[in-house]
Design a protein around this ligand. Structure first.
Ligand code: IPE
Ligand code: IPE
Ligand code: MG
Length: 232
């Protein structure tokens, strides 16, 4: 008998393997990132069509800054800026609300401007929430939240108060985190928010992700028995 498909409310993607996808084809890493952006378009659209409410996407980590060649960082930011500018109209038209997690103040000015425009233009939309983790690290996010609490003068907190100071304030917890490229780690991605999420690791490189990959993911997620500390 066909199993009924369970649809996560909040899904996270760690987009990994752009570089290896390109190398395998004798292309440049930049080509891999370009193809990765195309995959992101397909996957986000498919998430919306499946009725998922929130998709969080790891686009650039704090650690990526210092650990990659300057030329790659520069290329990535020009690609991200172009993507935000070009996709913006479609996202706004599709009713998506775009938000960002991460320290945006460190980004190139042109990226900051593009990002602010898409946030403003989509802020009243009621459709899929697209949360892009950009210059993001989970440890950095939690330390920032604690500092914001300390600055308010509080000496004792509860979980809700900490959550309200995270970049993800107001979003539901992650139900599912998916990572491409065969690596089985979270690499500082939304650790607080993923505390009870299901994890799916696929060997496929990110540029090969599409609508069919999402179907495969949802089938696997539907088989999981989420107990949250209880018994089935
Ligand atoms: C993911 O692909 C994109 C970013 C981290 C920005 P990678 O660039 O990490 O690709 P691999 O892991 O080197 O193949
Ligand atoms: C994780 O990918 C970060 C993003 C997807 C933006 P990395 O390729 O940077 O992660 P590691 O270095 O393999 O852990
Ligand atoms: Mg990688």
């Amino acid at each position: 008998m066909e199993q009924t498909l369970k649809i996560p409310t909040h899904i996270g993607f760690i987009m990994d393997g752009n570089g290896r996808w390109a190398t395998q084809r004798g292309l440049s890493r930049s080509d891999g990132h370009r193809q990765g952006a195309e995959a992101m378009k397909k996957v986000v659209k498919a998430c919306s069509q499946k009725g998922i409410k929130v998709v969080s996407i790891y686009a650039f980590s704090c650690e990526n800054w210092s650990k990659r060649p300057q030329t790659e960082i520069k290329f990535l930011f020009s690609l991200i800026t172009q993507f935000v500018k070009k996709e913006m109209k479609d996202y706004v038209k599709s009713g998506y609300r775009v938000r960002f997690s991460g320290d945006l103040s460190q980004l190139p000015k042109s990226t900051q401007n593009a990002v602010q425009k898409i946030i403003d233009a989509s802020k009243d939309n009621q459709g899929l929430i697209v949360n892009i983790a950009l210059n993001y690290g989970s440890h950095q996010e939690i330390v920032r939240a604690v500092n914001r609490i300390l600055q308010s003068g509080l000496r004792e907190i509860d979980e809700q108060m900490l959550e309200d100071c995270l970049y993800s304030a107001g979003l539901p917890p992650l139900d599912l985190v998916v990572r491409s490229s065969g690596e089985k780690r979270l690499s500082n991605f939304m650790l607080w928010q993923a505390s009870y999420s299901e994890l799916i690791f696929l060997d496929k490189y990110w540029p090969d992700f599409d609508e069919d990959t999402l179907d495969e993911i949802l089938k696997e997620y539907s088989k999981r028995d989420r107990r949250f500390g209880g018994i089935s």
